[in-house]
Unconditional design. Structure first.
Length: 332
């Protein structure tokens, strides 16, 4: 048993309370490798933004759970080295799908876990989420639960059909589970193909897809039921077209990739939405930078020469999100 406090991490409680009051959102960035982690910490340290490091079940399998935990501990020390005296860093399990997985993360030093029972029938979702919350709270680890179903693919999470969160269920659900924050479904979606072309319109000038707007009426109804309760948005990459273009220009193939427009995320950040999950955008930035090096310098075979530019582009992306979209800069 390792407490996250020994690792220099914090849970989400104070962070979310301040974010709701201050009208901004905390970035939750997924990481699987060293370059992503370096980019996240550098961006957060340079902008003094609280940050949530997210690890999915797939990332744990990819990188090794023990190694990931020590990477997070290293991240705290790295942040201090960068001049961030009191780093506000959360280590969070993204889409935990069982009590055992969540318990394992709590025991390994995570400061926050998500239990995703959203695919289960309502009562089973409550029972599972409550079991996780009861365990995690003994160690002051915060818990995110989910109501409503997001479409799209994220590691091992996949749903064909989405349905919005039902505002009439949120009071009952949050009370009975004891969760600290609630992930909702209002039209965001996992992956780089958030909408099918037939769900979108096309900009006549650029020919690009224009996605349908998020269901802010549902968000408003949820906030009315649960005033001041922390809300989480998953699947909130904006799929920057500059990266999609770079990937396609240098030999990739991502036709009609489309995300959530940043102005909608900006609007959400000002509400009780206090955690916004961004993963695909960093995957796109990484891939775009690597493809560019490979296309321009086919003789290059030193991974540092293509992972380095990828890291730089991701750092730029994270800083942009923090400063221009979520508004969390200067809040830590
Ligand atoms: Zn998600």
């Amino acid at each position: 048993m390792v407490s996250y406090k020994e690792l220099g991490l914090v849970n989400t409680r104070d962070m979310f309370a301040k974010a709701i009051k201050g009208g901004y959102a905390i970035p939750a960035f997924n990481f699987n490798n060293m370059e992503q982690l370096q980019a996240i910490i550098k961006a957060a340290a340079e902008t003094k933004s609280p940050v949530i490091l997210q690890v999915s079940k797939g990332a744990r399998n990819y990188a090794n759970p023990t190694l990931l935990r020590y990477m997070a501990q290293g991240a705290v020390e790295y942040a201090k080295e960068l001049g961030w005296e009191k780093p506000q860093i959360v280590l969070h399990l993204d889409h935990g799908d069982s009590f055992e997985l969540c318990k394992d993360c709590v025991d390994l030093g995570f400061s926050s876990v998500m239990i995703d029972g959203s695919a289960l029938p309502y009562e089973e979702n409550i029972a599972l989420s409550k079991k996780v919350a009861d365990y995690a709270h003994q160690y002051d680890v915060t818990v995110e639960a989910e109501l409503g179903v997001l479409a799209g693919v994220e590691d091992e999470v996949q749903a064909e059909e989405s349905h919005y969160t039902r505002p009439e269920e949120v009071i009952d659900f949050s009370k009975r589970t004891g969760c600290d924050s609630l992930a909702i479904s209002i039209g965001t979606s996992h992956g780089a193909y958030k909408f099918k072309p037939e769900q979108c319109t096309r900009d006549p000038k650029t020919g690009r897809l224009v996605p349908p707007p998020l269901a802010f009426d549902v968000l408003d109804a949820i906030m009315e039921q649960l005033p001041g309760f922390p809300i989480v948005l998953h699947g909130s990459s904006s799929v920057p077209q500059e990266y999609v273009d770079m990937i396609n220009q240098y030999g990739g193939k991502l036709p009609d990739a489309v995300g959530i427009p940043e102005e909608q995320l900006r609007k959400a950040s000002k509400s009780a939405v206090c955690k916004i999950n961004i993963d695909s955008d960093s995957r796109l930035a990484f891939t775009a930078a690597v493809r560019k090096v490979f296309a321009e310098k086919p003789g290059e075979f030193d991974p540092r020469k293509y992972c380095g530019p990828a890291r730089d582009l991701m750092t730029e992306l994270y800083k942009h999100k923090i400063i221009n979209v979520l508004g969390s800069d200067g809040k830590a």
